[in-house]
Design a protein around this ligand. Structure first.
Ligand SMILES: Nc1nc2c(ncn2[C@@H]2O[C@H](COP(=O)(O)OP(=O)(O)OP(=O)(O)O)[C@@H](O)[C@H]2O)c(=O)[nH]1
Length: 306
């Protein structure tokens, strides 16, 4: 049977101030995973940012930043909170065990380390983590078009917006809507309507970059694109490219009052200083601009900056 997850791609981080402990754990795991090692909490934070480990094996007692403190820091950060942390402990005091659970650890391995227990625990928690990742991914996708859904917008849109605010980069919200889509459904039927939605979503997605742009299906025939770090001119060019690409699909639309083919209207707001506003208000204002594009004749984009 084919393995469901490729464990060899898993990144495992060992954090311990004692080289001998690191070496012992490394020997147990090195053939099965990508193993990274840190000798202090601060070194670990750098590796966590650059390698984004799938699991962390963390010594409880370390000078400066302790394992408990590092665990608390990671659990408080939504970006890292889902990384499972297994504490490597030598304590016998139940109160310290409680402190590890309260800090957010998922499990313990006692020193002296039993190698089989260590490797089984790591495998078990990696399996749970990968299963959770898959479920989360599926929950964030729109069932019809396969692009992200509104739930993803709520989670990751906020994260991208926050990133722009911190970096002081422009942030834009663009709303797209298929013109006269009710007429399309009435004329060609809902199944053809579904195919049209899929084709349009696929077309837009192909023009969007993954890193600093988020595309979601917002409602029935509405899509939202969030863009970080682009000027009004750049956003205008991207929106034109998207609208032209959808028209170039040449999906016949006899009930359209503005084109022979399926077309888009778009409303976009480019915010030069996102630190002064809320994402919700940008979405509302881009909706007003979309409405303006509709009332000015459809098959067009209205882009403004604030
Ligand atoms: N086939 C299909 N149709 C959908 C889906 N979701 C929403 N719709 C349809 O999309 C249509 C949206 O219609 P309206 O909101 O009146 O907008 P419109 O006809 O596009 O008019 P304008 O936006 O003003 O150009 C409705 O007929 C919905 O039934 C879907 O998943 N599949």
């Amino acid at each position: 049977m084919m393995a469901l997850f490729d464990f060899q791609l898993a990144n495992v981080l060992i954090v311990d101030d004692q080289v001998s402990n690191i070496q012992l754990i490394y020997q147990v795991l090195k053939d099965d995973y990508n193993v990274y090692m840190a000798r202090s909490g601060t070194e670990a934070i750098d590796l966590i940012k650059s390698k984004r480990p799938d699991i962390i094996l963390l010594d409880v007692y370390m000078p400066e930043l302790t394992g408990l403190e590092l665990c608390q820091i990671l659990k408080a950060d939504p970006y890292y909170s889902d990384i499972p942390i297994i504490f490597i402990t030598s304590f016998t005091d139940p109160a310290q065990e409680v402190a590890c659970w309260e800090a957010g650890g998922v499990d313990f391995v006692q020193k002296p380390i039993n190698q089989l227990t260590l490797s089984r625990r790591v495998k078990a928690h990696l399996t749970l983590k990968f299963q959770a990742d898959v479920l989360k991914h599926i929950a964030n996708l729109d069932g019809l078009t396969g692009i992200y859904n509104r739930r993803y917008l709520d989670e990751q849109g906020a994260a991208l917006f926050c990133h722009s605010q911190k970096q002081g980069e422009a942030f834009s919200v663009v709303m797209f809507d298929i013109d006269y889509f009710k007429g399309f459904n009435d004329q060609y039927g809902h199944l053809m309507g579904d195919d049209c939605l899929k084709a349009v979503a696929h077309c837009i997605k192909g023009l969007v970059s993954d890193e600093k742009e988020i595309l979601v299906r917002y409602g029935g025939e509405e899509f939202i694109l969030l863009i970080s770090g682009k000027s009004k001119q750049q956003v205008g060019r991207l929106v034109d490219t998207i609208c032209q690409a959808v028209s170039a699909l040449k999906i016949p639309h006899e009930s359209s009052g503005c084109s022979d083919f399926v077309s888009l209207s778009a409303g976009g707001l480019v915010c030069e200083h996102p630190e002064r506003v809320e994402l919700k208000s940008l979405i509302e204002r881009s909706d007003v601009l979309l409405y303006q594009a509709k009332s000015e004749g459809r098959n067009r984009a209205v882009i403004e900056s604030v």
